[in-house]
Write a protein that binds this ligand. Structure first.
Ligand code: FES
Length: 157
């Protein structure tokens, strides 16, 4: 069965093949959402308390972080926070910006590869400390210090 391709799709594909322009940035500039969709849930609101300079997360109420390998979104429009929290070990959590530094698309946690990857064509990859593992992103994701006090995570913001 034949499928029509738009001029924009043709140009994006050509740019990627030629290696000159990143397709996701072109797509982003055009306002076209190309995300592969992040399946991370929102962190349970009842587990989160937002303070002036830190977040407090009650792990007894954070079902989305129950298992190692889980990740959840933390969003606060007032503070402009768009974060992802990842449970990378039994007692190890990481909190980072979830916006790819290349074109601002959402990143997801890949527990098999132990890294964060941009949803946009899976281009950029980031280590759990936010450093770029694979571009086109050049700048790291912002990472936020996390400490655990009994059943509460304290995230400095
Ligand atoms: S937005 Fe381009 S690699 Fe993430």
């Amino acid at each position: 069965m034949e499928q029509a391709i738009t001029r924009r799709e043709m140009m994006q594909a050509s740019a990627i093949l030629l290696g000159g322009v990143c397709g996701c940035r072109v797509a982003s500039d055009a306002g076209v959402v190309r995300s592969a969709c992040c399946n991370s849930p929102d962190l349970e609101a009842e587990s989160l308390t937002i303070h002036e300079d830190h977040l407090a997360i009650d792990l007894t109420k954070a079902a989305s972080l129950e298992d190692v390998g889980n990740a959840a979104w933390i969003t606060d429009e007032g503070k402009g926070l768009k974060l992802i929290i990842v449970r990378v070990g039994r007692d190890e959590y990481r909190v980072l910006s979830r916006l790819c530094t290349h074109g601002g698309q959402t990143v997801s946690y890949n527990p098999k590869r132990l890294l964060l990857q941009c949803n946009n064509f899976n281009h950029s990859n980031f280590a759990l400390d936010g450093q770029v593992v694979k571009g086109p992103a050049e700048m790291p994701l912002k990472a936020y210090p996390v400490t655990r006090v009994e059943d509460t995570l304290v995230v400095a913001i």
